[in-house]
Ligand binder design. Structure first.
Ligand SMILES: [Zn+2]
Length: 149
């Protein structure tokens, strides 16, 4: 299965990285709103979310049902869709963890930004296979400006 690249503007990509720097050494997370079609998938807006896992906010990203509801409501208002989720990996590579795999859903794009004390490092995107066995990398196509709504 080939998937289209994830298009995202430089400005939105920088906002994801800035969110990760802001919450460092804890994880940040948020929803990505945009449009998906056969040939393209593009992020148009971000919705930052609180990381509510008090037990281990450093390495446990989890989207709750109420986050999903809130993100879908916001997407409806903007006449777009929830196309994915982003989070940060403080002091860890931008690769999904086993916990991430167990708590993810197929179809969505999962952007992970690796953040160190010195600042953001790699930013990568992933998609969970339909059988949920593993993630496949998704190409990030950074564009100068988002499509207008
Ligand atoms: Zn993670």
């Amino acid at each position: 299965m080939s998937v289209s690249p994830l298009r995202i503007s430089d400005a939105l990509l920088r906002r994801i990285q800035a969110h990760g720097v802001e919450t460092f050494p804890h994880e940040c997370c948020g929803a990505m709103l945009g449009r998906d079609s056969e040939t393209s998938r593009e992020v148009i807006e971000l919705l930052p979310l609180a990381n509510r896992r008090d037990d281990s906010p450093r390495n446990r990203f989890e989207v709750t049902p109420s986050d999903v509801q809130m993100a879908e409501k916001k997407a409806r208002e903007m006449r777009v869709d929830v196309i994915g989720w982003y989070h940060s990996h403080p002091n860890a590579p931008a690769r999904p963890s086993e916990f991430d795999r167990e708590h993810a859903w197929p179809w969505y794009s999962y952007v992970i930004v690796s953040v160190e004390a010195s600042g953001p490092r790699d930013t990568k995107s992933w998609r969970l296979r339909d059988d949920r066995s593993a993630y496949d990398p998704e190409v990030i196509e950074s564009v100068a400006q988002s499509a207008s709504i």
